[in-house]
Write a protein that binds this ligand. Sequence first.
Ligand SMILES: C[S@@+](CC[C@H](N)C(=O)[O-])C[C@H]1O[C@@H](n2cnc3c(N)ncnc32)[C@H](O)[C@@H]1O
Length: 276
Amino acid sequence: MTGTEYSLGHDDPEVRRLLLQGRLYAEHTDRALRLAGIAPGMRVLDVGCGPGDVSLAAARVVGPTGSVTGVDATPGILDVAERRAAEHDLPNVEFRSENIAELSADRPYDAVAGRLILMHLPDPATTVEHLAGLVRTGGVVTFQEFELTASRTAPPMPLIDRIGDLTRQSFRALGVSTEMGTSLHRVFRRAGLADPRMNLSGPLGAATAPELTEFVADLWRTVLPIAQRLGLDVDGLTDPDAIPERMRAEAGPDTVVVLPPLISAWSTVRGTSLRA
Ligand SMILES: C[S@@+](CC[C@H](N)C(=O)[O-])C[C@H]1O[C@@H](n2cnc3c(N)ncnc32)[C@H](O)[C@@H]1O
């Protein structure tokens, strides 16, 4: 999901998936930003901002005396982010189309944040080291990433187990990390940052709840063509629209689905190059 895989608008299935995901994880993201020390008046950089969930959440936290810059390599997705900032009446956030690897700053930021971005990058530690160089001494570096191996249902649901397995296999084949959450500790240290503090949080609930069945169906809509291209066995799973009904049929009244938790990590920046 880098570069140009989005077409424009809220109606694009991948954008829709990101927006539903954003709603489900909103409170977890907001709490993670506050835990990391994002506070009123700060100047924050959100890297790989996509449709802008983290940027908008950060803009609310920093308030009118602070500002947020969201950066993404996919211009189409930034149109969605800009529309949402206007809808939510948040004039203190701006979006820029740029590659993270080439980002520079005229003056240091107070914080750099990112969600579900490092999992897609080939060398996250080098990226984090580069981004930490854009933050002032005493500022904050914080990332939130999925631990895809930690999603489950209780009791087990064969349908969800299979979709989970195929999703993890597809991600790994594409070079997308399925354990980026727990890898954050290593990534921060390799980036030259202090041992990060960490937190784990995520949505869970009845396996029949509409937003959870839709989340699984949306995820499968994205992954199915990839799994097919990879030649994985998707027999009996070629209709993502049928997933919510199949989940309702398979789940008992007390079956709980645990969506992939978000693990956040944060460190305070010690002095270096750009630093004030
Ligand atoms: C899975 S989405 C996450 C979006 C958002 N952070 C969120 O949590 O909803 C990953 C985003 O990173 C962007 N991205 C990936 N590689 C990038 C790069 N090298 N430079 C800038 N953006 C990048 C993609 O365009 C995509 O919008």
